[in-house]
Ligand binder design. Structure first.
Ligand code: GLU
Length: 483
């Protein structure tokens, strides 16, 4: 029987979760679910200076928000822990010592200055900088002399000659010449394991079967395979997916706008939209359907169907997906999601009539692409936020427009209380009496009644506001007063 699939997402908590990393997490998660395997979250925090607990917590929160739940991880689940590299340091030292004893690693005493000079020299000759193996050739005597002098050292892994071949589940056959790779550090002078070393030990001890990660790690894979061989361990299968690029085809970075999941969340993107978007980048489902849920992905996803071409980030596409999910969402859930922004804007949600709130939301959801945009429209529905924008004021000043507003005010005054259905006939009547229709009628009406130049359909706003409030606003517009 094939072993249970075990995959891992291994972020370094040196910043907020980037959408590129979230995409890696998502591929791992969906693959694990599809294969009925386990999804492991491992925190790679060996870089104590740049890692922080606040970033660990932020990453966990963002993953949860996206609905990517781990089966094993730093919060106590799983029996392959600890799941933080900072708690596994003695393990790495032990394995480093083992390689040293077996003659599969050596102590390197080269100073930073020597390495820097070597690097410059190689670069000036147009060579790829790499360690020249000087300390690999030290005699026992030289080594013990340096040790007794207390010269600090690192542990290096001798790479040797030849070629490393492996089959990548996305890219296919990969081949790396070892002559291009210098003997690399496995344990640093201050006793901390380097990424490649810690990663191999953890992936092995955690029984990881598939390593799914970004193309930026492709060049690490031959080093890792060499370490597996040195230990006599079976390497996992590897799948490297292309990284997201910005519209200028350079790796997606802050220069291209928001890159952190947390920023998209704050702006009011929905997790289902972001997930859908991240998957659509570089993956076309067999059904060609553009909208899909995680459940659907589980059925259709396979690593080999991921594109080998780097996807280009498109905020426009993300917004388009987000507005789709907002429109599809039921008003009650939307109200729950919007409540913090409403409260922040000064609307006392628990003092509002729920039916009214839900109706407002059902109108607004047609107009917004991100949740935070509701703020722009609150003045239409909540008197305490009502204000007339400058552009609307200009329209209202026009004498012809004043006439239109007077006409509608007069009709409203003479008509009995408006029922819901009668607003359409009222608008027809105004058309008849003023001879205006289309934009020349609706622009001043919208400006007067909502204080804005755009927003949800006027014919739907009117019944929601009701006759009394509409008249009040018309009066303000006619008298040219600030509300
Ligand atoms: N800590 C590495 C990163 O964040 C993990 C790479 C890997 O998945 O092996 O890029």
């Amino acid at each position: 029987m094939a072993p249970t699939v075990r995959v891992r997402f291994a972020p370094a908590p040196t910043g907020l979760l980037h959408i590129g990393n979230a995409r890696t997490a998502l591929f791992n998660y969906v693959f694990a679910k599809r294969e009925r395997g386990r999804f492991i979250l491992r925190i790679e925090d060996t870089d104590a200076e740049r890692s922080s607990e606040a970033f660990v917590q932020a990453i966990l929160e963002d993953l949860r928000w996206l609905g990517i739940e781990w089966d094993e991880g730093p919060d106590g689940k799983g029996s392959y822990g600890p799941y933080r590299q900072s708690q596994r340091i003695s393990l790495y030292r032990q394995f480093g010592e083992q390689l040293l004893q077996e003659g599969k690693a050596y102590k390197c005493f080269c100073s930073r200055e020597r390495l820097e000079a070597l690097r410059k020299e190689q670069l000036s000759q147009g060579l790829m900088p790499r360690y020249d193996g000087k300390c690999r050739l030290l005699t026992r005597k030289e080594i013990s002399e340096k040790e007794s002098e207390g010269v600090p050292f690192v542990l290096r892994f001798p790479v040797g000659r030849g070629t490393v071949l492996f089959e990548d589940l996305i890219h296919g056959k990969m081949s790396f010449e070892l002559s291009g790779i210098g003997d690399f550090i496995i344990i640093r002078s201050y006793g901390i394991a380097d990424y490649n070393f810690a990663c191999v030990i953890d992936d092995h001890l955690m029984e990881i079967t598939h390593v799914i990660r970004g193309d930026d790690h492709l060049s690490n894979t031959p080093r890792q395979i060499l370490l597996y061989r040195a230990f006599g361990w079976e390497p996992p299968q590897f799948a490297h997916h292309p990284l997201i690029l910005g519209p200028d085809r350079t790796p997606l970075s802050k220069r291209h706008g928001a890159t952190a999941v947390a920023h998209y969340r704050q702006e009011g993107f929905l997790p289902e939209a972001l997930l859908n978007y991240l998957f659509l980048l570089g993956w076309t489902p067999p059904s060609k359907e553009e909208f899909f849920t995680i459940e659907k992905l589980r059925e259709e996803f396979s690593l080999s169907s991921l594109s080998r071409n780097a996807p280009i980030h498109s905020r426009q596409k993300l917004e388009w997906l987000n507005s789709h999910y907002i429109r599809k969402m039921n008003e009650n859930r939307l109200l729950t999601l919007l409540t913090p922004s409403l409260e922040k804007a000064g609307i006392k949600v628990d003092q509002c009539e729920k039916k009214y709130l839900l109706e407002v939301i059902s109108l607004l959801k047609e107009n917004i692409t991100v949740l935070s945009q509701v703020e722009e429209y609150l003045g239409i529905f909540f008197d305490e936020k009502f204000a007339i924008e400058e552009e609307a004021k200009k329209i209202l000043k026009h004498p012809e427009n004043q006439k239109i507003l007077q006409e509608i005010y007069a009709i409203l005054k003479e008509s009995p209380k408006k029922g819901e259905g009668s607003w359409a006939s009222l608008l027809l009547k105004v058309e008849e009496r003023t001879g205006h229709k289309g934009k020349s009628l609706y622009a001043p009406l919208r400006a007067g009644i909502t204080g804005k130049m755009k927003g949800p359909e006027l014919a739907k706003i009117l019944p929601l506001l009701g006759q009394e409030r509409v008249m009040k606003r018309l009066k303000i517009a006619l008298e040219g007063e600030d509300p």
